[in-house]
Write a protein that binds this ligand. Sequence first.
Ligand code: ADP
Length: 531
Amino acid sequence: MGETPLSPELIRPAASTDPAETFAAAARLIERAAGIVGAANVSAADDVDDYLDAYALGDRRTFLPGGAVRPAEAEQVQAVVRAAGELGVPLWPIGRGKNLGYGGPAPRVPGSVVIDLTRMNRVLTVDDQTAYAIVEPGVSFFELHDELLQRGSRLWASVPDLGWGSVVGNALERGYGYTAHGDHQQFVCGLEVVLPSGELIRTGMGALPGSEAWPLYRGGFGPGLEGLFMQSNLGIVTKMGVWLMPRPERFAACRIAIDSEEALPQLVDAMRELKLDGTVDGVVNAANAVGVAAGMSPRERWYGGDGVVPDDVVRLLADDLGIGLWNVKCAFYGSDALLDLKEQRLRGAIAAIPGSTVIVHRYDGTASADEVEPVDHFAAGIPGMLLAEGVRWRANGTGGAHIGLCPVSPLTGEHVVEASRIMRTHIEAAGFDYIGGWLGTARHAVNVLMIFFDAADPVEAEKVRVAFSELVPLLAAKGYGEYRAHLEFMDTVAAQFSWNDGALLEFVRTLKQAVDPQGILAPGKQGIWPR
Ligand code: ADP
């Protein structure tokens, strides 16, 4: 059984189409699509600035779209997909296109037509009784939050660090927020999908005419398909059911800090136990001191020298900001009596770690955004843009960009420290600060290396590319695989998932061939290419 990474040829077959042909076919599709969605809702190839990757590693036009189409309803998506099939044009669906660090709105194959779903931004249903919403793919986290408030709903949505992305795009990409519903893929129930043939399906109970359990019971009758459309190029999602969290009576936003690297394994293990026993409800979010500082200030505030910010400066900045060398945010929910018990248990577990501190803020579930400290907004699913500042860490001009390397490991001190060590050693050798963190559910950690760089500086961007390309296989050799990847690295990451000579990728390609024989839908996404 093969245990080495797959060969590039297996990942990406030799290109069968000439890029010039793809762009020419895209132009024909744009013309046709204007008749479907209206001339104001298409963009030709010379008008795609809004669809370039603002955080590209080098030339933004590497992943150049051949145009964009903005449908307003599922029927229009179907018609455009059918037209693309007839004309042989690759498509690339996006929600809000804020998938920055992974390619933003840009497609994997140059000349692809972006299906921009921003206009499909209705919250179709909010059901307070059984606690779910059905949203269209263009609904942003800000919009869902506002809609819930406007409707006087008792429900909360979980939000990622930045609120401008789409609820659907984030969940399909397996993004995270920080409430009890923070592992977003776990709270998807019921999809409506346009297949590459143009056919429309509803998953699970959605296939039973009139069933109200579509967004409530994932099973349906037969195989569950939600996962098939995540990080996938098998369909375009036009509706999604998402389970929401009933507003708690009270909630606690908690910050834990440790003042040494040595205590990190203990902190990780303690957080796992607190998640496993149900003390902590929300997804655990940890960041090192430089990571916290980068979220609020440019680098020069702390260090004007070349090279990596030295350890003594890191200690000074941590003291100045009143943070630790590692910092955890987490949340728990319930009545005050329950919070008392949870807080006591959490404080007891953390007190056993040398050099640790705990700060807990409690709020009413009904507290408005103004009444909750901005640093605690994560716990209540209040969307914001606070962390967008981070891109100015190294670049104060317009080139500020980031890319994330996020290998998954077991949530144990040993593994998190090892993943962190590999990433830190490598990225510091390349001259970048180690901005690290991890997200913890009860069992796995997504170990985050955030690389802030100046995209306007080609030399710097190239260094990032090299470091990233080297780190992916290094981490994979330890069993740590990326949970998501920028367009540039999708093939490299997919190649690491090679167990049994790449049998999984082969199976997915068989599915791809069956449902999309022409390979028109997002070819190359996650390393899945048409045969
Ligand atoms: P964000 O939600 O952050 O704005 P995007 O809209 O760019 O992110 O979506 C991220 C990725 O998710 C896209 O590149 C695409 O691969 C996938 N995606 C987004 N929306 C859909 C959809 N409705 N159907 C299928 N895939 C989607």
